[in-house]
Write a protein that binds this ligand. Structure first.
Ligand SMILES: [Zn+2]
Length: 94
């Protein structure tokens, strides 16, 4: 089991996650302080990657695919609250 702390969408893009599009990611908002831009997200991730070593033993990780991505907690960076962060994208799509 791999527990990753993902603090931004930019980091997820850097990891070349191909199965989770920006559209599918939650849009968080803190109901306590109104923060919509800064969150600490603790998630459990199961992924499959192509490990490509050259003959010198240097590793390049390619084609990472996230198979399971479960958010465990979301903490507001402004007020530190974990109880008041809501996912706005759920209410929009439903
Ligand atoms: Zn807050």
């Amino acid at each position: 089991m791999v527990v990753a702390v993902v603090s931004s969408l930019a980091l997820r893009k850097f990891l070349e996650v191909s199965t989770v599009s920006v559209k599918d990611m939650p849009r968080y908002r803190c109901e306590n302080c109104g923060n919509k831009t800064r969150f600490d997200v603790v998630a459990t991730e199961k992924s499959k990657s192509f490990y490509h070593y050259n003959l010198a033993g240097e590793l390049t990780i390619e084609n990472s695919e996230v198979e399971v991505f479960e958010v465990e907690s979301v903490t507001c960076r402004w007020c530190g609250s974990t109880k008041t962060v809501v996912d706005e994208s759920e209410s929009v799509s439903n």
